[in-house]
Design a protein around this ligand. Structure first.
Ligand SMILES: *Cc1c(COP(=O)(O)O)cnc(C)c1O
Length: 400
């Protein structure tokens, strides 16, 4: 057999055909690249990817990732965005970009757990201290800000327990601390985990935060099939700080994943409102069921911080948490979770399927927890509300 003509392989790679460049479709293109090609050495030397005016390497952006960054920045009312491979890596990126050895980060006691673990693990090992504050008490934050404090995390509402803090008051505490700081001290920055609000329930920069982080894994994707995070800022210098750390860490995202999120964005506001309506209906119904001690959902007047939610937000996400009366044994709470059929056991939220996770709260926090230890967090999907209510109703019989 004759060897293939060498010109065939070369010709297939260096093919002269260029399609017309007038193609326009509803879906943004999926541009995949590690290598980006330059027309000449001068272009290679002069291109600057940092202001999105050009392309140099896949890690520094493609048309697909630039498009997603711009849409997420607009969604949250910011000016700049960088994408990371998960929500957790977005949190870690902010920590690494902002903090130096000898400085300190303050974190709400009810913050997303793996972000606390990063402070307790890597940050502590690198000489960055952390302390937890009670997000429902701005005076506690004021008392904890010290000369070494450089970053204050905020989360609205708290992960799992859903207490809704006074975001404006917490930011004001930081502003006041900065106002009395000496001239060369690095100012205290505020970073909000905005995964719950998602740019729909409220606009984070209206509250004066410096940085807004989201797990795009949740609402923007909406499919329970992709992991991604974002860091949005308004200030150019702060964006540069985050962008350069992002580049040096090599935190790129793949074009196919970016496409999945771009595909989720057009339906995001509708999904948010639909899941909000179902969740609120279930929260009110659950509150009235026997053996339910408390339902946590910011729209319920009995839920901590309800007044802040009424004042500050126009919607609520798809999460609610339930604690049962102390007479319900922890094994019975697990039996309730096992008895659910439509609510499946699994982490994450804001996807199509309703999910359930039992948590032991005292193990997760330092501030006192006045309820039964075991709490059930429900994430409501896109199923019919009557079917979900019937599922909860049949599972509640497993409590006794
Ligand atoms: C899920 C979540 C994260 C982390 O997102 P991943 O993409 O799963 O890493 C961060 N913060 C909050 C509030 C979350 O719910």
């Amino acid at each position: 057999m004759a060897a293939p003509d060498p010109a065939v392989s070369t010709g297939l790679i260096h093919h002269p055909y260029r399609p017309p460049d007038t193609f326009e479709a509803v879906a943004p293109g999926v541009h995949k690249a590690s290598t980006v090609l330059f027309p000449n050495v001068a272009a290679m030397r002069s291109r600057d990817w940092k202001n999105k005016s050009a392309y140099t390497y896949g890690l520094h952006g493609t048309p697909t990732t630039f498009m997603l960054e711009e849409r997420i920045a607009s969604l949250e009312g910011g000016r700049h965005c960088v994408l990371t491979p998960s929500g957790l890596s977005a949190i870690a990126l902010v920590d690494m970009a902002c903090l130096r050895a000898g400085e300190e980060v303050l974190i709400p006691d009810n913050a997303y757990g793996p972000g606390k673990a990063f402070a307790e693990g890597e940050l502590a090992a690198w000489g960055v201290a952390h302390r937890y504050y009670d997000p429902m008490d701005p005076a506690d934050l004021a008392a904890k800000i010290g000369p070494a404090t450089r970053l204050v995390w905020l989360e609205v509402p708290g992960s799992v327990t859903l207490e809704y803090p006074d975001l404006g008051a917490l930011v004001q505490v930081v502003d006041q601390a900065n106002a009395v700081r000496g001239g060369d001290a690095r100012p205290v920055l505020t970073a909000l985990d905005n995964t719950w609000g998602a740019g729909i329930a409220f606009q984070p920069f209206d509250f004066g935060v410096d940085i807004s982080v989201q797990a795009l894994t949740k609402y923007p994707s909406g499919g329970a099939d992709v992991l991604m995070g974002s860091v949005v800022t308004r200030d150019e210098a702060l964006h540069r700080l985050v962008l350069l750390t992002h580049m040096r860490l090599g935190l790129g995202v793949g074009a196919n994943d970016a496409e999945l999120v771009l595909r989720g964005l057009p339906s995001m506001a509708l999904r948010y409102r639909a899941q909000d309506a179902t969740t609120r209906e279930l929260a009110h119904w659950l509150q009235a069921q026997p053996r339910v001690a408390q339902v946590f959902h910011p729209a319920l007047p009995t839920s901590p911080g309800h007044v802040h939610w009424v004042r500050d937000a126009s919607a609520a996400a798809c999460l609610l948490s339930v604690v049962f009366e102390p007479s319900v044994a922890p094994e019975r709470v697990d039996a309730f979770c096992d008895a659910l059929r439509l609510f499946r056991l699994g982490y994450s939220w804001a996807g199509p399927i309703s999910l359930c996770v039992p948590y032991d709260i005292p193990a997760m926090r330092r501030t006192p927890w006045p309820h039964a230890a075991r709490l059930v967090r429900l994430a409501v999907g896109l199923e019919d509300v009557n079917d979900l209510r019937a599922d909860l109703s049949q599972a509640l019989t497993a409590l006794s």
